[in-house]
Design a binder for this molecule. Structure first.
Ligand SMILES: NC(=O)c1ccc[n+]([C@@H]2O[C@H](COP(=O)([O-])OP(=O)(O)OC[C@H]3O[C@@H](n4cnc5c(N)ncnc54)[C@H](OP(=O)(O)O)[C@@H]3O)[C@@H](O)[C@H]2O)c1
Length: 252
């Protein structure tokens, strides 16, 4: 069975590792190509956009794909929309694998907002020291709030044209421990954390550290998805096996 995994998330990488060991499944992982040095995985990887919905439809047909798995990051909206449209056009089954969003716990001081612009506005007029972990492609919204100091943590370098007036840049790839996150926030005298509600375990440490330190968090909500999602790799593999299994012979 030929499976296309739309990747760019830790769930996609974990699924790719799991499927690499399945002899009946011929899986390929697709990445957008945003990360300079993606984690190496034991299965074929293709890199770069498909060229919109029609490009994806052509790809699925040319590769004789049997099942497509949308395991993109919860904030990768466009690819998910394209996957749904291409699945509808081709009739190829689509599975959505994603992580559940984080939920506030006792002691959390969260302000949930719809997008990056609202996050920048939620910081207010009084200058604050902000820990910004929203991804390097989302910094533009904060240029309009130059009164704040930003500690910006990204996986890849931000580059010179970020437009932020007072900022310090840190390159690091998670997972991060709660203790390390707490230490970093203390050392940098952080007053507020801004992040996306990405869910999952790899980057949840900063939320727990903020809770311990009593710091407010501005959290950008996940975009509403259009497909029932699976949160578990075993569940996805079971769905693939069910799809692959020939129908039981009818009794006479
Ligand atoms: N947005 C985030 O916060 C975030 C965080 C961590 C990781 N990521 C990962 O980074 C990638 C890009 O994120 P984004 O927010 O820019 O995505 P997006 O807005 O959903 O996608 C923009 C375009 O990038 C291409 N693309 C996206 N994912 C692809 C994939 N897995 N394989 C091939 N092409 C892909 C598609 O180009 P064509 O139209 O040409 O096909 C898509 O239309 C995603 O794969 C996502 O999983 C995103």
């Amino acid at each position: 069975m030929r499976v296309l995994i739309l990747g760019g998330s830790s769930e996609a990488s974990a699924l790719a590792r799991a499927l690499a060991g399945c002899s009946s499944i011929d899986a390929i992982l697709s990445l957008a190509g945003r990360t300079i040095a993606p984690v190496s995985l034991p299965l074929p990887v293709r890199i770069g956009g498909f060229g919109g919905i029609s490009g994806l439809v052509n790809y699925l047909r040319a590769e004789a794909t049997d099942v497509m798995i949308d395991a993109t990051h919860p904030f990768a909206e466009q690819m998910s929309v394209h996957a749904r449209a291409a699945a509808a056009q081709t009739g190829i089954p689509l599975i959505r694998l994603t992580r559940p969003a984080w939920r506030a716990q006792d002691g959390d001081r969260w302000t949930e907002v719809a997008d990056m612009r609202a996050a920048a506005e939620a910081l207010g007029h009084i200058p604050r020291r902000v820990f910004l972990t929203v991804g390097r492609l989302q910094l533009a919204a904060f240029v309009s709030a130059p009164q704040h100091f930003y500690l910006v943590r990204t996986i890849d370098p931000v580059g010179p044209n970020h437009g932020l007036q007072t900022a310090c840049f840190l390159e690091a790839r998670g997972p991060f421990t709660v203790a390390d996150e707490e230490r970093l926030m203390r050392e940098q005298a952080i007053e507020v954390l801004v992040t996306k509600n990405s869910g999952g375990t790899a980057s949840v440490g900063k939320l727990e550290a903020a809770r311990r330190l009593g710091l407010p968090v501005v959290l950008v909500r996940q975009p509403a998805g259009g497909l029932a999602a699976m949160h578990d790799i075993a569940e996805v593999i079971a769905a693939l096996e069910a799809h692959h299994r020939p129908p039981a012979p009818r009794g006479v």
